[in-house]
Design a binder for this molecule. Structure first.
Ligand SMILES: *Cc1c(COP(=O)(O)O)cnc(C)c1O
Length: 448
């Protein structure tokens, strides 16, 4: 039975972001989950050390979330949001607006983070058109940014490894550099931040008249390797966008819903975006719902008689799905009743202490953390910060070793990603960090 399933998986499937030759060598099929662990078809259990790719909040099979979906199923599973709405999509919109930054007063649903970003880009583009500023058609994006894998989202991204193949398909955007403290020569966080803001300002001085919006991840560049922005940077970007009349699109897909110890990471810097994309944790990791938030000013620019053709011409079949919206409502209710934000804020310090365990390892260059979003950069030499040769695939081999030891996570190059479910207890965090330590130690001492 298990053997047959594995054969079928190799014969019929094609997995995302996966070299299938790697999969065929080390297949893995998950059958169930409970709390912070998932179980494969052989009965082996693993800690979900990456929250099933940055999604999970309360653990798997959370009773209240399961119940919410079952109850909704007694009513209806799905009806469309094109030209009409449904009960949970409407209730959820109010909840989302109540917890989001004040200036954001409208929510537009979709099914994935990439779509939420596409929508933000198209809204920004059309906003200027609708108000008669047709010269504003370009974007500024951040180096090493990641906003998802659809063509528009990739165009404002810049992870070389993902993006060089598709270059000819993309629209161009101006790329602004982003501070990367570990590899910067700057003497202080403030200096590093200021230098980068100056470069951004130069781009704005030259091009602001043709720029519709700037896109940026909120506080942490996740896929770039958990690169945490220095204090003052995000709010500095906000100030520049305002000064040069450029809309600010903040990507909270990874950082939103408590991941960094605030409901949204832009709260760390009291930033009010013009557009904000969210997804991932919105349903507690249960169902695909995403949301683009925007201001009343932007909404108003689309509100007119049909004949003016100011309508936002965008939508997806499953937008506003009732099961997804219902579980999102219940997820957010649990954020309140179980004090998830406070819990993450409280456990962040414990987790920081636990992670210092890794500092003593020969090949750990830097441990980065904002709340429950952590990255461990592995290097060949701590002194020179020299990276391992890419072809050694050190991060990949560490993740395979962790799997053997009972924890799942996916690296970004040689940065080990650690994003436990937000409700993880101290003992669980400790067990996960120990597995990470053992795997890093074993694999890196073998490499050279
Ligand atoms: C995951 C992610 C996305 C894309 O979300 P999907 O749901 O995978 O399409 C976009 N932006 C950031 C910052 C992400 O981490």
């Amino acid at each position: 039975m298990t053997h047959e399933l594995i054969e079928k998986s190799k014969r019929y499937l094609w997995l995302p972001f996966t070299q299938m030759k790697d999969y065929d060598r080390d297949p893995l099929i998950i059958e169930s989950g409970n709390g912070m662990k998932v179980k494969d078809i052989h009965g082996k259990e693993y800690y979900d050390g990456f929250s099933s790719v940055w999604l999970n909040v309360h653990g798997h099979r959370k009773k209240e979330l399961d119940e919410a979906i079952k109850n909704q199923l007694e009513k209806i599973a799905h009806s469309t949001l094109l030209g009409m709405t449904n009960v949970p999509a409407t209730e959820l919109a109010e909840t989302l607006i109540n917890i989001s930054p004040e200036k954001l007063t409208r929510v537009f649903y979709s099914d994935s983070g990439a779509e939420a970003m596409e929508i933000a880009l198209k809204m920004a583009f059309q906003y200027w058109k609708n108000i008669g500023r047709t010269e504003k058609q370009k974007f500024i994006s951040m180096q090493n940014g990641y906003h998802g894998d659809t063509v528009g989202a990739v165009s404002v991204g810049s992870i070389e490894l993902f993006h060089h193949v598709y270059g000819p398909l993309m629209f161009e955007s101006y790329k602004a550099p982003i501070p990367y403290l570990y590899r910067s020569e700057a003497e202080s966080h403030a200096q590093c931040s200021d230098e980068h803001l100056e470069i951004l300002e130069q781009i704005l001085i030259e091009h602001h008249h043709e720029i519709a919006a700037l896109s940026i991840e909120s506080m942490v560049q996740g896929a770039a390797g958990m690169i945490v922005m220095p204090e003052g940077f995000l709010s500095g970007v906000r100030a520049l966008c305002t000064k040069y009349e450029v809309l600010m699109i903040v990507d909270e897909v990874a950082t939103g819903f408590g991941r960094t110890g605030k409901m949204f990471a832009c709260e760390h810097e009291q930033v009010q975006p013009d557009l904000m994309a969210a997804g991932k944790g919105i349903t507690g990791g249960y169902l695909p719902i995403a949301a683009t938030f925007t201001t009343e000013d932007i909404y108003d620019a689309f509100y007119d008689d049909y004949a003016t053709l100011k309508t936002f011409f965008h939508g997806h079949s499953y937008t506003g799905n009732q099961l997804g919206c219902t579980v999102a409502i219940e997820n957010l209710r649990l954020f309140e009743s179980e004090g998830i934000i406070e819990q993450v804020a409280r456990n962040t310090e414990d987790l920081r202490l636990l992670l210092t365990e890794l500092d003593s390892l020969t090949h750990v260059g830097e441990v980065r953390q904002l709340g429950f979003m952590c990255g461990v950069e592995l290097v060949q030499s701590k002194e020179t910060k020299l990276a391992f040769p890419a072809e050694k695939r050190v991060g990949y081999h560490v993740s395979l070793k962790m799997r053997e030891l009972g924890m799942l996570t996916r690296p970004m190059g040689d940065v080990i990603i650690f994003m436990p479910p937000l409700a993880s207890e101290r003992e669980e965090l400790e067990a996960m960090v120990m597995i990470m330590k053992e795997a890093i130690d074993e694999v890196t001492s073998d490499v050279l």
